[in-house]
Design a protein around this ligand. Structure first.
Ligand code: SAM
Length: 325
């Protein structure tokens, strides 16, 4: 079933400048079918257990990505839905609404999308890549904006399975996809994307400049990079390299100051840098919910001084930049 879900992606890609990727993308689903991840059988079973009905309506353009309505299901189908969707816990990015069932995710991702949307070029007709897309919440929102292709890539299999829950109900023509690939697993880069998003990924890369250069290789000349990352206060040249965890996150490497981030972008060949937003992350935006019951931001901060992380670093602040190749 999973392989067949991805078939329309290949037809779509074949018809674009991304056609040289078709052969590689034809096997891109394999981590979901061949991996020895012990959760996959449960997730695949839950995906198959989703109601076998055609949704009466779909709306990807509202705060909660919405598939179907409560009235599309019988009472027993609706009763079973919560347990089926809960098989995909933790739900981090969203919200989503499946047949009237609200998934209140850890992140209220509509807030970030609200900061991004006015700052970027209109996505209508564009080939878009979202590196580190998570479960594709943003890719679905990009599809609603008219993107010709909104291709998410994320190596974390749970998130890709979450993306397939919506995909199962969408017409082949819906251009939003998430493939189970990290940036390093993508086919050899070709400079064809009109917009490339990297949000919440840069500080997880040991070599942030190489990450920016990789993103640049995927953009067509004149294409747009949308970069969102943690930042700290500081002068040009300064970046924070945490001694270990940052806000309990493993795998956090360089967190630049704003002028350092601009230097990185400029030295990697980007121009027309636009700082679209700088915001501290708050518990309004990131919190534990019934659909993500693990610890969240409130416990990642120092209880005596919420402007610091639990490790004593400056609390999370994120910058959004738009830059041109
Ligand atoms: C902090 S989350 C950000 C998710 C989303 N972009 C957002 O802004 O809400 C980082 C994401 O990057 C993904 N990721 C981790 N390693 C990656 C890699 N090598 N290539 C692409 N994505 C990766 C994670 O699985 C996770 O979904």
């Amino acid at each position: 079933m999973i392989e067949s879900l991805y078939r329309p992606l290949l037809d779509l890609v074949a018809d674009t400048d991304l056609a040289p990727w078709v052969d590689a993308l034809a096997s891109a689903h394999r981590p979901l079918t061949d991996s020895d991840n012990g959760h996959l059988p449960r997730w695949s079973h839950a995906l198959s257990a989703m109601p076998d009905v055609a949704p009466s309506s779909v709306d990807l353009g509202t705060d909660a990505v919405t598939i179907g309505q409560r009235s599309d299901l019988t009472a027993s189908e609706f009763d079973a839905l919560e347990e089926t969707l809960m098989a995909f816990h933790p739900w981090r990015k969203g919200p989503w609404r499946f047949f009237g069932m609200e998934i209140d995710t850890e992140w209220r991702s509509q807030l970030k999308w609200g900061r991004i949307r006015p700052a970027i070029s209109n996505l209508s007709g564009r080939l878009v890549l979202d590196v580190g897309s998570g479960n594709g919440y943003y890719a679905y929102r990009m599809a609603a904006e008219g993107a010709r292709l909104a291709l998410g890539a994320d190596p974390y299999l749970l998130y890709v399975m979450q993306s397939l829950l919506a995909r199962k109900y969408l017409p082949d023509s819906c251009p939003a996809w998430v493939v189970p690939l990290g940036i390093e697993d993508l086919p050899p880069p070709i400079p064809v994307f009109d917009t490339v998003f990297s949000m919440g990924v840069l500080y997880h890369r040991r070599s942030p400049l190489d990450h920016l250069l990789e993103l640049r290789e995927l953009l067509r000349p004149g294409g747009e990079l949308v970069l969102e990352t943690l930042v700290v206060d500081g002068d040009a040249g300064y970046s924070l390299l945490p001694g270990g965890r940052y806000a309990k996150m493993r795998n956090t490497w360089f967190i630049p100051s704003l002028p350092t981030l601009e230097q990185w972008l400029t030295r990697c060949g980007f121009s027309e840098l636009k700082q679209a937003d700088v915001s501290a992350t708050t518990v309004e935006e990131q919190r534990s919910t019934d659909w993500m019951t693990f610890d969240s931001l409130a416990t990642f901060l120092d209880p005596d001084d919420p402007s610091r992380t639990i490790e004593g670093y400056p609390g999370p602040k994120r910058a959004l930049y738009v830059a041109t190749k």
